[in-house]
Design a protein around this ligand. Structure first.
Ligand code: MSP
Length: 502
């Protein structure tokens, strides 16, 4: 099996914020889990560089659009590096191979009669880069509450409506195609109304920053039509007649992770485009929720000051932030973001639960066993129970990850650690060591195993902290294998110090 996970490609009109970091970190966590499970994995993120929004941002900075993009891309690349994001591909829509794939696809649809010329009369939201008809508007704004401007001009249209029925039956036949369930209902609701055709061009006299239509040099391609094609073009899709072996093996297993703000563009525009091109649809489109600040507002760069939550990484560390984002919310739901919530989560699960277990176990191994993990074959029922929970962990994590529930996968690790804490509390090896060393040896050997397993399965979420923990446990990770490198454990300073609530 292969696994191809994508984030949306982000607009380069401004620097990245927590919202972008969230999607990218969750995608990274999923990619790392799939690699750990031994699966051939590709992970794409990147930037969406054409369109009016980017052109305007470049103009405001007095730069040619490409130069503006080249500069902005650095902010994204640097942030992903800092956040330990392990993308295999950083896709830019200004790449020459992408131009070709977009133009080939447009020409194909034009030749097939799926693109036609027509005078467009309607509304356009620059911030969303989306066309709306009169009936779509709510109080004179887009359904998302964005400003719209009146547009009336000759344009080219993609016959999206022609594929409505095929899309509907595909969604019904493939229950995991759109997730989570409540988002699927939203899409089905949207498809209850007749689909209009999609305007896929912009006259150059209004917007020149885009991919030229191969059949009319006076136009550039609508930015969404261009951007969505990045997912296959990045892995070797050239045209409906030509694609790489990589595309053929990975594309049917593609998972698009997107924010709920771009659910329709992905589930309706993109899928009908693929149906018209005769290409397979991705395996899953998963829409996650929004992080909300105190005032219950979605954070976004176009609505005021860039939010500071990302700065929290300087206080709690990159792994702390990654842990919170992947763990705190059921993927698909909205959630609150605040410093206190981050601190509470990290203190209770990492400092109190995992951190405590590490220091109790390792300090006793150092004290009573010359830092060497006692070798015993446990025969107590209590120990055997915990050992069988350790063995079960892989299966639990794997099924949660395949079901796109990273929060629950982490939950099952934390649950095991809680059980191990109860086990060590009950057996009190700090007392027993003095009277019955073999009892304490058994306890510590089993807790050590728990820690090893937990560190291994937490590595996709907290790559650095897991590495440190594994080192203290005398191990290291090589690819998806755990290697023993030392006979002795190292206690060290607390791995997960407690943070003070503000
Ligand atoms: N360029 C398009 C996507 C094209 S994909 C072919 C785009 N870019 S964007 O820069 O606006 O990024 C949108 C994405 O950022 C959302 O889909 C979501 O992944 C993420 N988020 C932005 N704000 C967010 C929150 N407040 N909370 C969580 N994620 C949000 O749309």
């Amino acid at each position: 099996m292969t696994f191809y996970i994508t984030t949306p490609i982000y607009y380069v009109n401004d620097i990245p914020h927590l919202g972008h970091a969230y999607t990218t970190i969750v995608a990274d966590v999923l990619a790392r889990y799939h690699r750990l499970l031994g699966e051939e994995t590709l992970f794409l993120t990147g930037t969406d560089e054409h369109g009016q929004k980017v052109e305007q941002a470049a103009k405001a900075r007095g730069l040619p659009p490409k130069e503006h993009c080249d500069q902005m891309v650095v902010h994204f690349k640097e942030l992903w590096k800092e956040l330990n994001v392990s993308n295999d591909i950083f896709m830019r829509t200004t790449e020459a191979f992408h131009y070709k794939a977009v133009q080939n696809s447009l020409q194909y649809l034009f030749d097939e009669g799926d693109i036609y010329e027509h005078t467009y009369d309607g509304w356009y939201s620059i911030s969303e880069e989306i066309f709306y008809t009169e009936k779509d508007l709510v109080d004179g704004k887009s359904p998302m509450g964005k400003e719209v401007t009146r547009v009336s001009e000759r344009n080219y249209f993609f016959k999206m409506s022609k594929y409505q029925d095929a899309l509907l039956s595909y969604i019904k036949k493939n229950p995991n195609f759109i997730q989570p369930e409540h988002k699927k209902s939203e899409v089905l609701g949207f498809l209850r109304e007749p689909l209009s055709d999609l305007c896929i061009s912009r006259p150059k006299e209004r917007l020149s920053w885009g991919i030229e239509l191969p059949f009319d040099k006076d136009f550039v391609t609508y930015v969404w039509f261009d951007a969505l094609l990045n997912y296959p073009s990045a892995i070797g899709y050239v045209s409906p007649k030509e694609a790489s072996a990589k595309y053929k093996t990975f594309w049917p297993n593609a998972v698009h992770l997107v924010g709920k703000d771009i659910l329709i563009t992905h589930t309706v525009y993109w899928t009908t485009m693929l149906l018209a091109l005769g290409e397979p649809l991705p395996k899953t489109i998963f829409a996650h929720g929004w992080w909300l600040t105190g005032e219950n507002k979605k954070m976004s760069k176009s609505e005021g000051p860039v939010v500071k939550p990302l700065d929290l990484k300087d206080e709690v560390g990159v792994d702390g932030l990654r842990y919170f984002l992947a763990r705190d919310v059921v993927l698909g739901n909205d959630a609150q973001f605040s410093r206190d919530l981050v601190i509470q989560r990290l203190n209770s699960e990492l400092s109190n639960n995992l951190g405590n277990l590490v220091s109790r176990c390792l300090s006793l191994i150092v004290k009573y066993f010359d830092s060497k993990v006692p070798e015993v074959s446990p025969d107590d029922d209590e120990s055997k129970n915990l050992l069988s929970e350790i063995t079960n962990l892989k299966g639990k994590v794997e099924s949660e990850i395949r079901g796109l529930r990273p929060q629950a996968a982490i939950g099952s690790i934390i649950e095991l650690l809680s059980q191990a804490n109860k086990y060590i509390d009950g057996r009190a090896p700090w007392k027993r060591a003095k009277e019955d060393l073999s009892h304490a040896a058994e306890t510590l050997a089993v807790v050590f195993k728990t820690l090893l397993e937990a560190a291994f399965w937490l590595s996709p979420v907290m790559p650095e902290k897991s590495k440190e923990l594994l080192e203290r446990l005398g191990h290291k990770l090589e690819g998806s294998k755990l290697i023993k490198v030392s006979e002795k454990v190292v206690l060290g300073e607390p791995l997960f110090p407690r943070f003070d609530l503000g």
